[in-house]
Design a binder for this molecule. Sequence first.
Ligand code: NI
Ligand code: MN
Length: 229
Amino acid sequence: MKLHYYGHSCFLLETAGKKILFDPFITPNELAAHIDIDKIECDYILASHGHGDHIADLIAIAKRTGAKVVSVFELVNWCAAQDVDNGHPMNIGGAWDFDFGRVKMVNAVHSNSFPDGSYAGAPGGFVISNDEGCLYYAGDTALTTDMRLLAQQYKIDVAIMPIGGNFTMDAADALEAANFVNCDTIVGMHYDTFPWIKIDRDKALALFEKSHKRLILMDIGGATLELRK
Ligand code: NI
Ligand code: MN
């Protein structure tokens, strides 16, 4: 598995010969001004929920690439209403075997609506598992004991978790979440993009180091992260 970062909660995962884009929010993100969305190729787009800071570029990228949109039922319908018909609707607790691996949509404790305020279904996260490894993408979420279930069902190799606080977990809660899911390698997301979620990076890194866990803060558009089992 290889991971690229496009800022905020947007990652591109390369696995089993496929490219999977998570939560495309790039063009409104000043920190990602150097990223050209027209250069992003993907086979799938996984969307955790309908807030603007997760789907701003979803329709444009889905239309250009023809990528299959995987998300909660209501979000896939919202795409279809905008002529993005290549969707795979799921819901919390359900799993499906795609050609790159198995995806389970899991609980996230958050709210959810589309930018116009309309109902967007339940917010979620995803567990992606195949021969190359197991990745947990938490989405926007609070710390929740539901995460303990993931440790019972999976051997998670890497977990992508929000660390910005205010709207989601902060680094301290993400550390607790890392214990819940029994994973030592955490990739941070949902921080620094807006004033409300600015973090002290050194403090967050030191917090994880003290607990002998690895917090990775990727550079936007920077080096690819190779994930191993
Ligand atoms: Ni959100
Ligand atoms: Mn968000």
